[in-house]
Ligand binder design. Structure first.
Ligand code: TRP
Length: 448
């Protein structure tokens, strides 16, 4: 078992640093690529509402649970379950989380690589280098995918080797404000363009008849993925959290930041689609809106090209850089989970752990680069199914093994009066009943 003490493991320097890092983990392709396109194709504002309910009623309580497990144990997901009980099963849940993280990361870097490549595509297009631009738009080109995914992975590894406060915290503290600034400026531009108001209506006026079991399942999966829940990323980030910090409050900030940015991304992308439509770009395939990949990797570039000139160039480059930055703050958290597992459980030094795990995941990414069809399968198993299962078992662990009362005791550090609050009465009900039943119902209706 690990001999590394908390100080050797590293810790967040400040509360803001932790919140930005955890929000950085949460805000990623899921928010800027996944969420708007799911809203657009799966029910507009009705989807938005169900997603918000899932986030606050199911996601937030689970996030609090993960952070409490992490901070109490001071360990990676496997070590954490070992530290808090002698039960032999739950460390396997932690291990399942580590595996899900590795597998999600393996395809996440490929998609992130597409986004990063498109930033250059916009430049090459502007310069008239059509062949180079076409190469970058070809998401099926294995070599191209592999090279950019590798660059992305090296960047991630590099930041992780820097450790918690000097690596992850420093990088995310710089990238998160930049990302928010870019989104707001782009929204300002898009909303003033002809056609945007149709998109705003589509996004904000709900048609409740669209709510059905499929939509709810999709929205719940999206909430889990977007908050980075169900695989121990927040157990890991919580393990670096100071006892002074207020866990429910920190979780609330992170949840709000995640939802806020998803909402803004929707406000950017859905109107942008209708601006594209107004400019004569095809956004429907038959009577269906274009699928998610097409939306961000075909329609938006087409829009930037139609706008053309320096404005089109700047918007295009900035948008895809935005997507890349958001992805990078997320790949950091996905890699940190298996790396912290290796550091704690095998007493390997951070640098060595980061490189060996990172290169191992990269090997899988390279396979995915050549067979992008794997993305859908990995996404189904490790994300759509894996994360809700992880979340469900985390609730069961806290409710019946570690006990919600122990978790509340942990939360008294940084929130002395917690036992007098309504939160301390309501949160256990969610962990015992509401979250597990909601998650279970969703899994069962969709997979059986
Ligand atoms: N939340 C990120 C997104 O929305 C992806 C992500 C990062 C993630 N770390 C995670 C998902 C851990 C699940 C678990 O893009």
């Amino acid at each position: 078992m690990a001999g590394t003490s908390t100080s050797e493991r590293g810790a967040w320097n400040s509360k803001l640093g932790f919140i930005l890092a955890a929000a950085g983990s949460a805000v990623g392709l899921g928010n800027i690529w996944g969420f708007p396109t799911k809203v657009a194709t799966e029910g507009g504002a009705a989807y938005l509402i169900v997603y918000l309910i899932c986030t606050f009623l199911i996601g937030f309580p689970v996030m609090v649970a993960e952070l409490a497990i992490g901070r109490k144990s001071g360990k990676n997901p496997v070590g954490a379950f070992k530290a808090l009980s002698s039960n032999k099963f739950f460390p396997l849940v932690g291990l399942w989380g580590v595996i899900c993280g590795v597998m999600i990361l393996s395809f996440y870097t490929v998609i992130a690589g597409w986004a990063f490549g498109f930033a250059f595509e916009e430049i090459f297009y502007y310069l008239g280098w059509q062949e180079a631009a076409d190469l970058l738009t070809d998401t099926g080109n294995g070599w191209k995918n592999a090279i950019i995914a590798s660059a992305f992975m090296f960047g991630t590894i590099k930041i992780i080797t820097g450790g918690i406060s000097d690596g992850i915290e420093r990088a995310t503290k710089f990238m998160m404000p930049l990302l928010i600034g870019i989104i707001v400026i782009m929204i300002g531009y898009v909303l003033t363009q002809p056609g945007a108001s149709e998109g705003v209506r589509e996004y904000l006026l709900p048609d409740f008849s669209k709510i059905n079991a499929d939509l709810i399942f999709s929205a719940m999966g999206q909430a889990f993925f977007s908050l980075s829940l169900g695989m121990g990323a927040l157990i890991t980030y919580g393990s670096y959290l100071n006892k002074k910090e207020n866990i429910p409050q920190a979780a609330a900030f992170v949840t709000l930041a995640d939802v806020g940015i998803a909402f803004l991304a929707g406000l950017l992308i859905i109107p942008a689609m209708y601006v594209a439509k107004n400019a004569g770009i095809e956004i429907f395939v038959g009577d269906q809106l274009a699928s998610s990949t097409d939306l961000v990797f075909q329609i938006l570039p087409a829009l930037f090209h139609t706008i053309g000139g320096a404005v089109g160039l700047i918007l295009g480059v900035v948008f895809f850089l935005l997507l890349s930055i958001a992805a990078l703050t997320s790949t950091i958290s996905l890699l940190e989970v298996p790396v912290s597992f290796v550091i704690d459980e095998f007493e390997v030094k951070r640098k060595k752990a980061a490189w060996s795990v990172g290169l191992g995941v990269l090997a899988i990414s390279i396979v995915v680069s050549f067979y992008p069809a794997l993305i859908g399968h990995f996404d189904n198993i490790f994300n759509n199914l894996g994360l809700p299962i992880g979340g469900l078992l985390t609730c069961i662990f806290v409710a019946f093994v570690w006990k919600t009362d122990s978790a509340i005791t942990e939360m008294e550090f940084g929130f002395a009066g917690i036992r007098q609050t309504l939160f301390s009465k309501v949160w256990p009900v969610f962990i015992y009943v509401v979250c597990p039943l909601a998650i279970l119902y969703n899994i069962v209706t969709n997979f059986l």
